[in-house]
Ligand binder design. Structure first.
Ligand SMILES: Cc1ncc(COP(=O)(O)O)c(C=O)c1O
Length: 346
C-alpha cells in the first residue's frame, strides 16, 4: 500500500497477505505443477472441486484467465455469449472474449447485474443461417458493477434451466462467489450445480496475493489445462500460491460477513452526508457504490481530496464512487473514512 494511504477502500484486490498466510506460503511443499506433481496445488484444486461439487479444478494465475479459457473452450468464433450489460468480461478484460475466443457478447439489460429467465430468452437468437449462434450464458455472482448484488439461487436455477433448454453452456464468473455464499448462506455447490464451468478468485476478499481456481468436469479441466499452457499460465512450484489459497479457504471465508457488516456501516454513514446519494438497502456484500452528483464536485476530485487525507476510494465515473471493505479494513477505519468524507465535502 502507498504509505500515504492509511485506509485503502479502493478494492478487495488491495488486500495484503497476513503473517499467518505468509507462513503457510513459506512452508508449502512444492513440486512441478505442469507434471501435476505439486502436492499443495493438487490439494487446493481438490478443495475447490469439493467446495463447488465439480469433478476437477485447476489453479490459474487470474480470474481473467479463468473467463477467457472458459469462453475459448465453449465458443467457436462468431458464437454469442449472453451476459449482463455490466459484466466485468465486457468492460475490464481487455476484449479477451473477442481477441482470444472470437466470441460476441450479447448483453441483457438486467437490474443490478441480475436478470431473469425471460430476459435471457429475449436475448436468444433465432435458429437462422445469418444469425450468430447463442452458445453460452455467463453470469457474475456477486455482480461487481451491479453493486455487489447476490444472485438468488432460484434465479440462477431459472436462467440456467432456460439456457440449458436452449442448448447453451452455463458459466459463472465467481470472482466474489464466496461473498455471495456468505451473504445468502447458500452453499457454493448449490450455485455450482447449475453451472458447467465456474471459478473463484483467491486474490480478492480471500486475501491471497495471486490466483483463481476454475472448476468443471474432468474433460473440461483437461482441455483447460492445455489452454493454460497455451496462454503461458502454466507454472512450476505453484504450491507457494496454492498454500495461500488453502489458508484462505480455511480461515478467510466465514469472516467475509465482517466485511459485509462494515460495508453496511459505511453505507449508513454515507447516507447521512449531505450531497451523497446512496440506498443503504442496495449494499448486500462488500461493495459500496454511491452517487456524488449533488455534492457539486466530480467523483475524481473527491477521490483526489480523500487521497490527500489518507483515504483511498476510487471514482467509477464522474458522478459515482465505489468503496470496498475487506480483511484489512476494520469498523473503526470505516468510521474514520466516513468522517474524512464528511470533512472533505464540507
Ligand atoms: C467480477 C469480476 N470478474 C473477473 C475479474 C478478474 O479477476 P482477476 O483480477 O483475478 O483477473 C474481476 C476483478 O476485479 C471481477 O471483479
Amino acid at each position: 500500500m502507498n504509505s500515504a494511504i492509511k485506509i485503502d477502500l479502493y478494492s478487495d484486490t488491495h488486500t495484503v497477505p497476513s503473517a499467518a498466510m505468509r507462513q503457510a506460503i513459506a512452508e508449502a511443499e512444492v513440486g512441478d505443477e505442469q507434471q501435476e506433481a505439486d502436492p499443495t496445488t493438487n490439494h487446493l484444486q481438490e478443495m475447490v472441486a469439493n467446495l463447488l461439487g465439480k469433478e476437477r479444478a485447476l489453479l490459474l494465475p487470474s480470474g481473467t484467465m479463468c473467463n477467457v479459457i472458459a469462453y475459448r473452450l465453449w465458443c467457436n468464433p462468431g458464437d454469442e455469449v449472453i451476459c449482463d450489460k455490466t459484466a466485468h468480461t465486457i468492460h475490464s478484460e481487455t476484449g479477451g472474449p473477442a481477441a482470444l475466443a472470437g466470441a460476441m457478447m450479447r448483453i441483457v439489460d438486467g437490474t443490478r447485474g441480475i436478470f431473469s429467465a425471460e430476459e435471457l430468452s429475449g436475448a436468444l437468437r433465432p435458429n437462422k443461417r445469418n444469425a450468430p449462434k447463442s452458445r453460452m450464458l455467463s453470469i457474475e455472482n456477486t455482480s461487481n458493477a451491479g453493486g455487489g448484488s447476490v444472485w438468488p439461487l432460484q434465479t440462477v436455477k431459472a436462467v440456467c434451466d432456460a439456457a440449458h433448454e436452449a442448448n447453451l453452456i452455463c458459466h459463472m464468473d465467481g470472482a466474489r462467489l464466496l461473498n455471495a455464499v456468505v451473504a445468502s448462506q447458500t452453499p457454493a455447490s448449490d450455485y455450482a450445480e447449475y453451472l458447467d464451468s465456474i471459478w473463484i478468485d483467491l486474490s480478492k476478499g480471500l486475501g491471497c496475493p495471486i490466483g483463481a481456481v476454475l472448476a468443471g468436469s474432468n474433460d473440461f479441466i483437461e482441455e483447460a489445462f492445455r489452454l493454460k499452457h497455451l496462454l503461458g499460465g502454466a507454472m512450476r512450484q505453484s504450491g507457494i500460491i496454492a498454500a495461500a489459497g488453502i489458508y484462505a479457504l480455511k480461515h478467510n471465508v466465514d469472516r467475509l460477513a465482517e466485511d459485509h457488516e462494515n460495508a453496511k456501516r459505511l453505507a449508513r454513514r454515507l447516507a447521512q452526508i449531505p450531497g451523497i446519494n446512496i440506498d443503504v438497502s442496495d449494499v448486500e456484500t462488500n461493495l459500496v457504490f454511491f452517487d456524488t452528483t449533488s455534492t457539486g464536485r466530480t467523483a475524481s476530485e473527491i477521490s483526489e481530496a480523500l487521497r490527500v487525507e489518507g483515504v483511498f476510494i476510487g471514482a467509477v465515473n464522474e458522478t459515482r464512487m465505489r468503496a470496498v471493505t475487506h480483511l484489512n479494513i476494520s469498523a473503526s477505519m470505516v468510521d474514520t473514512a466516513a468522517d474524512t468524507i464528511a470533512k472533505v465535502l464540507n
